[in-house]
Design a protein around this ligand. Structure first.
Ligand SMILES: [Fe+2]
Ligand SMILES: [Fe+2]
Length: 286
């Protein structure tokens, strides 16, 4: 059994973690400010040279397939939209961290990344309709919700991947298997990381509780949205987060998140439509 305190100390110390590009935090800050607008987002993205260059490269690639040249972030906001630019900038930032930690197993890295992007995409769509949760916060929560799996894979290697099989064979949830074998679970570890990155409380909570979303006595909408989005990616078979027993979302689950069937269908359609872009973005971040 793992010494949890030791592991926790290790991952709470920033030097043992890839640093999250500040652009992610700044986008969330700006989003949280009701007086802010497109110009502030433009300033935040322009302020990060690496992010701006990668974003413009993507905007001018087959990724979007625009016929006209996109030469500035201002123009990108006009063409892709403010929400789109925010999401791509946050994705590029988080992708850098995925790449830094996941190099050892490209297959797992790519599957988990696609799963995370799909969850983020769906969560953003759900939040837009459900109201009460900022779509950017929901999107960010989707991006990082399974980050703990990267950490555990890095820490335990093959032993960790075997838990995916064990969960499938024993028809148990991955979290339950992680707890019984390792003494620690991926939402718990992702929570440590989200805290040391100083992500907003709402994002930390969504990450820590995403597998408890439907068991909470008092439902938390942001957590429910992450839980629904996560389950929908498994249902749509986009990427692979390694959970052999994902929840099947039913009408009651949707009602808990204040989501109607039409919005659910739209979230799934958005993931399906964009799925080829998810790996492309990871490549562009490298
Ligand atoms: Fe998870
Ligand atoms: Fe997941």
């Amino acid at each position: 059994m793992t010494d949890i305190d030791e592991l926790r100390r290790k991952f709470e110390e920033v030097e043992n973690l890839p640093s999250l590009p500040t652009v992610v935090q700044e986008i969330l800050d700006v989003t949280n400010d009701p007086r802010s607008g497109a110009r502030d987002i433009q300033a935040v993205v322009e302020n990060d040279q690496t992010c701006s260059v990668k974003l413009l490269k993507l905007a001018n690639s087959a990724y979007y397939g625009f016929s006209r040249q996109v030469s500035s972030i201002k123009e990108a906001i006009v063409i892709i939209g403010m929400e789109g630019v925010k999401n791509v900038a946050m994705s590029l930032g988080v992708a850098e961290c995925f790449l830094e930690l996941g190099k050892a197993n490209q297959h797992f890295l790519n599957n988990l990344w696609v799963h995370s992007m799909a969850t983020a995409t769906a969560a953003g769509v759900l939040a837009k309709k459900a109201q009460g949760v900022s779509p950017s916060y929901a999107y960010c929560s989707g991006l990082v919700h399974d980050f703990g799996k990267l950490i555990l894979a890095g820490e335990f290697g093959q032993e960790y991947f075997e838990l995916f099989e064990k969960a499938k064979e024993e028809k148990k949830g991955l979290v339950q298997i992680e707890r019984s074998v390792l003494g620690v679970s991926h939402p718990q570890v992702a929570g440590w990381v989200a805290r040391s990155w100083e992500l907003p409380d709402l994002v930390i909570e969504s990450v820590e509780l995403h597998h408890e979303a439907f068991n909470l006595e008092a439902p938390l909408q942001h957590v429910t949205l992450t839980g629904i989005a996560d389950a929908l990616t498994y249902e749509a078979k986009i990427g692979d987060g390694g959970n052999g027993h994902p929840r099947r979302i039913d009408a009651q689950d949707l009602a808990r998140g204040n989501i109607d069937q039409k919005t659910k269908d739209q979230a799934v359609a958005d993931m399906v439509k964009n799925q080829d872009r998810f790996s492309a973005l990871l490549n562009a971040a490298g």
